[in-house]
Design a protein around this ligand. Sequence first.
Ligand code: HPA
Length: 279
Amino acid sequence: MSEVLIQQNNLSEAVSYLKNYINETPKIAIVLGSGLSHFAEQLSDKIIIDNNDILNYPKSTVVGHSGKIIFGRIKDNKKTSPYLCCFQGRVHLYESGNIKLTSFPIDVAFKLGVETLIITNAAGGINKNYHPGDLMLIKDFLNLTFSSPLRGFLTSKTKSNSFFSQKLIDVAKNVASENKINLQEGVYCWTKGPCYETASEIKMMNFLGADAVGMSTTPEVMKANYYGMEVLGISCITNMGTGISKQKLTHSEVTEVANKVKEKFTTLMKEIILSIDSQ
Ligand code: HPA
């Protein structure tokens, strides 16, 4: 059996498994990157699925990526969000080397009926005006892996020539200003990893126009765009890139800083989701 067929079987198995647990169609999918999983814990009417219970579902091996899918919604005093599907953690290209696995959750989300994707990650700051703990809206990306999950797929359903939704960027900026949250906006550079960059690589990325660097997100965004979803990307700047910061970078520093921005990140996400509904 070909690789593509095996994937399709896995996809329909995963989708029917999940459909057994939910009575509604999720409208917004949220991918929660390194150290940012806590967001899903405050959903109401939660349904929690462990990826390990889904046959052949790609598993993350990275600390801070818990590997659960959580359905539910955000509620405040006045508003209730559309039904959400949160992916806690993800599989990176460096884990399996299989580009198709990196965007598998997006395939699942699309088949479940999701129309909007909010995707988050931890990233290293390249722009010297950034600081650890900043949140950055992703306006575009640089793909330094030169890989794509769209190999074998033809034209994308999206009409725009941008991978990210300007409407959602505007929603996020309004919400941030109402809640006095400082937001950066920049270009995300995708590398294969798993090692952090050298100081020379960070200089090169800066020269190419990148504001932040990380090892994820781009393949998921490409796939979501292919499906015609509206996409918003948010990076949590957990550290400054090698050479900008003189200290040696570690994964625990990344998750620690992500943990410190918990409150700001949660408020921003919550308010964005509630505002999408009111559009
Ligand atoms: N480089 C690559 N990926 C990252 C970084 C970094 O500095 N910080 C968090 N994820």
